[in-house]
Design a protein around this ligand. Structure first.
Ligand code: KG4
Ligand code: ZN
Length: 323
């Protein structure tokens, strides 16, 4: 693949991010302004508020990323931007900024899919190459995907209801742990007993998942328990059920396809118990992005531009659901 230098822009949800990456592997800069504190008081992301915040911070973040990487616009191979799936209003802020720069700097515009970008986070700082089986676990998606090549991805299975991250967020709210729920449950589970409660893993055939039954089971248990709730035990037991089924099905796919590598991606890939289980149980090498590259960031977008981005025009639009 020819050498490249991409500026990546990411605004699909609640992180305003820009980054510069060389050859899809080397992060020259990665800047991010998180909106977590803005949305915390609402207990989740408020799309309109998120879009406004992106609008206020996008130019600053891009400027910082370019400065930190010490590159000039003329050196860029192009400007890569997440175009979906995500919140339409927030995606449009990033895409409009990327279009404006593409036009002003006379550099190509590259459209990047957010889910592919999460997987591409694994190319950063590594020599990973397809084929591999990936487990994508984010706030909006849970999928097992076979990558035959950089651009050739086949979804083997996915959730039939809640995404894994969504389940973490909902259960965290139920346990009074706040938003975002994943990191909170990850932390408090260290102090809990994962065998204290037996929660169902959700029985669905093949490589598909279902997490809504698990969420309901936690809710029913909480309703029957006296105060104060054994929050750490509940969190650890919930986490045990989620991570067990994620690992079990991904390893099954690995075995069935005789895949020689496994790749984890998305916010939930930051989860310590999930990483530990994969390390312990996988018969083949497992790749995880660095912690800060698991959750939304722009370095993964710039990496995706190199490996699987699509040249786009100034009339390119955004999409909210997976295409
Ligand atoms: O990939 P991401 O940043 O955004 C989406 O594209 O959705 O994922 C966010 C999700 C949230 O649901 C958050 O609770 C979860 O990832 N998450 C975690 C951890 N860190 C973030 N879940 C479990 N353990 C973590 N350490
Ligand atoms: Zn994401």
């Amino acid at each position: 693949m020819p050498s490249s230098l991409y500026l990546g822009v990411e605004t699909s949800c609640d992180e305003t991010a820009a980054a510069v990456v060389r050859d899809g592997r080397e992060v020259l800069s990665s800047k991010l302004i998180s909106q977590i504190t803005v949305h915390q008081e609402f207990g989740g992301v408020v799309p309109e508020v998120a879009a406004r915040r992106h609008l206020e911070t996008i130019n600053v973040v891009i400027e910082e990323a370019m400065k930190a990487a010490s590159v000039t616009p003329g050196q860029l191979s192009g400007i890569a931007c997440t175009v979906g799936p995500g919140l339409v209003g927030t995606l449009l802020v990033g895409l409009s900024a990327a279009k404006a720069l593409s036009w002003a700097w006379d550099r190509p515009l590259i459209a990047v899919d957010h889910l592919l970008a999460h997987v591409c986070a694994n190319y950063l700082g590594t020599d990973l190459e397809p084929p591999f089986v990936a487990l994508l676990v984010s706030g909006g998606h849970t999928q097992i995907i076979h990558f035959a090549d950089y651009r050739q991805a086949t979804i083997l299975g996915q959730t039939r209801d809640d995404a894994a991250g969504e389940a973490y967020d909902k259960v965290a709210r139920l346990l009074g742990l706040g938003y975002p729920g994943g990191p909170a449950i990850d932390r408090i589970s260290e102090k809990g007993d994962p065998m204290a409660f037996k929660f169902p893993e959700g029985v669905v055939p093949g490589y598909d998942f279902s997490f809504s039954g698990l969420k309901t089971a936690v809710m029913r248990t909480v309703e029957k328990l006296p105060e104060p709730l054994p929050v750490a035990d509940l969190a650890a037991s919930f986490q045990e059920a989620v991570t067990s089924v994620l690992v079990k099905k991904t390893l099954r796919a690995q075995k069935d396809l005789a895949a020689e590598r496994l790749v984890l991606a998305g916010g939930v890939a930051a989860n310590r118990e999930l990483r530990r289980k994969f390390r312990e149980q996988s018969p083949v090498p497992v790749y995880f992005p660095k912690l800060e590259l698991c959750t939304d960031n722009a370095a993964m977008v710039a990496a995706a531009a190199h490996f699987c981005g699509k040249p786009a025009e100034l009339d390119t639009g955004v999409y909210s659901r997976q295409q």
